[in-house]
Design a protein around this ligand. Structure first.
Ligand SMILES: Cc1ncc(COP(=O)(O)O)c(C=O)c1O
Length: 370
């Protein structure tokens, strides 16, 4: 049997006609940049998320850079990021000339460790913002993050790239800090047909700034108020996403059911299933397991069985070559380093069949039991 990490063909097939019609309308109107269709999608995200404003942008990486710029983060400022996340969280910081300041993660949740953040903030440094990442689809401990941010007067950008639809104490991920950023990379729970992203905020002034920043720094064409960028959301992507948004909660629910099935089937075995604290829901962008051994052995075995298991992420950010100039070293963030060696995924998406789920569990059990 061959089971991929994700099967977008299966997701698209039942909604193909709706998407084709939406794309056709954009082509018929030859309105490809911003316009009503982008505004309509943004309004639907506002209704979905409960945020006051949603600003569609080019991708989830640019969303972070723009959010930082709108919040006044400048070249040379320090921005705290978890050491265990996708590269783009810190890449977006470096892209505006700011300096990523890494923090360790929690053993159980893989999200940013408040203790580690507190330690950083207790030192004299130029930290001006923090980016908690809601990794794999569940929220970081936002009350703790917001409390520390208030105390130290730093800005908060939630990286909700992997978690649109997850809730922190009944509020949607991305709506709790100064800005929240979303990625619609095709493999996300709701993905575009290319690159796309979005920024959420409850602050009118920030929303206005972001609309100007994403569009070459102008409000009225050819009158450039600030040094903006070309970071608009393509209209074609907006209409695709607008169709998909209606199905997001149903898809997330199905992912949760797959995760619950895996959890039940693996109970009692020497493998750590995902821990979900009571302050957050989980939308299982990834279903991540942890072994006391090395993840590569598990991944290789499952891959040999035709199961597309992955490691997200094999190298923590403080040890990536591109961040060598920040002068971190092995041992600086032990939990991030351990997670990179011990965690691996099982395929998870709404369309997985019972037969496929059973085969995945049976193969994993075979390996665990020798
Ligand atoms: C945690 C995280 N942050 C940021 C990004 C960047 O998003 P994008 O690929 O849309 O630029 C991603 C995903 O790709 C991500 O997973």
């Amino acid at each position: 049997m061959k089971i991929s990490a994700l099967d977008l063909k299966k997701q698209i097939e039942p909604i193909r006609q709706e998407i084709d019609a939406a794309i056709k309308e954009v082509i018929d109107n030859t309105a490809f940049i911003l316009g009503n269709k982008v505004a309509e999608f943004e309004q639907h995200v506002v209704e979905y998320s409960g945020a006051k404003y949603a600003i569609g942008v080019s991708n989830g990486t640019d969303a972070i850079s723009l959010a930082l710029l709108a919040l006044g983060i400048k070249a040379g400022d320090g921005v705290i990021c978890p050491a265990f996340t996708y590269y783009a969280t810190a890449g977006a910081v470096a892209a505006i000339g700011a300096r990523p300041v890494f923090a360790d993660i929690d053993y159980d949740t893989y999200n940013i460790s408040l203790k580690s953040v507190e330690k950083i903030l207790s030192r004299k440094n130029k930290v001006k913002a923090i980016i908690p990442v809601h990794l794999y689809g569940q929220c970081a401990d936002m009350n703790g993050v917001l409390k520390l941010a208030r105390k130290h007067k730093i800005k908060v950008v939630e990286d909700a790239a992997q978690s649109l639809g997850a809730e922190y104490r009944g509020r949607k991920a991305g709506t709790l800090g100064g800005c929240g950023t979303v990625s619609f990379y095709p493999g996300k729970n709701i993905g575009a047909f290319g690159d796309a992203g979005l920024i959420l905020t409850n602050n009118k002034g920030l929303a206005e700034k972001l609309k100007i920043l994403r569009n070459q720094g102008n409000k009225d064409k050819y009158y450039h108020l600030v040094l903006g960028r070309n970071n608009r959301l393509d209209t074609i992507q907006a209409v695709v996403l607008d169709v998909k948004l209606k199905y997001l909660d149903e898809w997330n629910k199905k992912r949760r059911e797959v995760a619950q099935y895996y959890n039940r089937s693996l109970a009692g075995l020497p493998i750590k299933t995902p821990f979900v604290p009571d302050y957050t829901t989980h939308i299982y962008h990834q279903y991540v397991l942890r072994t006391t051994g090395t993840n590569k052995k598990f991944m290789d075995y499952l891959q040999a069985k035709g199961i597309d298991s992955r490691v997200f992420y094999p190298v923590p950010l403080h040890l990536q070559k591109c961040f060598k100039y920040l002068e971190y070293k092995v041992g600086d963030f032990p939990e991030a380093e351990k997670a990179a060696k011990q965690t691996f995924t099982l395929p998870i998406y709404p369309e997985l069949t019972q037969e496929e789920k059973d085969y995945i569990i049976q193969s994993l059990k075979e390996f665990i039991n020798g």
